[in-house]
Design a protein around this ligand. Structure first.
Ligand code: HEC
Length: 112
């Protein structure tokens, strides 16, 4: 699972002209922060696929601020029955970088 996610991420980096080192750094950070225990970029696991999160909040200017708090304190009921437990172990600054990056993910079909 780790390998396939990384392969997918690398493939998506190659498809995008810029930002590949940024993407790699963010993927590393997401692994280190434990996000990928429950999330994947393209698939719903326990939590929603991050591309779906990006899609839902694409036009929402306040999403970043709000989601940083949600990720830090945990949340439920926005995507289903599963609950996101608090991520207080992760520095708020890192959460902010992660959320702002995942919100910028393009939909999968734009990448082929
Ligand atoms: C224990 C499993 C788990 C971990 C670890 C986890 N998440 Fe989640 N995440 C979830 C679940 C479940 C949801 C859906 C919650 C809901 O329905 O409101 C979610 C939702 C989200 C959302 C959307 C929230 C909303 O209100 O729409 C974002 C953004 C997110 N996670 C980012 C992260 C980031 C960044 C990390 C790592 C720092 C992380 N998650 C770690 C399980 C997890």
């Amino acid at each position: 699972m780790a390998t396939s996610l990384l392969a997918a991420a690398l493939a998506s980096c190659m498809a995008q002209a810029d930002g590949s080192t940024e993407d790699e750094a963010m993927i590393d950070l997401a692994w280190d922060s434990g996000c990928f225990n429950c999330h994947d970029l393209d698939k719903s696991l326990r939590g929603p696929a991050w591309r779906d999160v990006a899609e839902r909040y694409r036009d929402d200017d306040e999403a970043l601020e709000r989601l940083v708090v949600t990720v830090r304190d945990g949340g439920s009921g926005n995507w289903g029955e599963e609950r996101m437990t608090p991520n207080r172990r992760v520095a708020e600054e890192d959460i902010k970088r992660l959320v702002s990056w995942l919100l910028s993910l393009p939909p999968a079909e734009e990448e082929s």
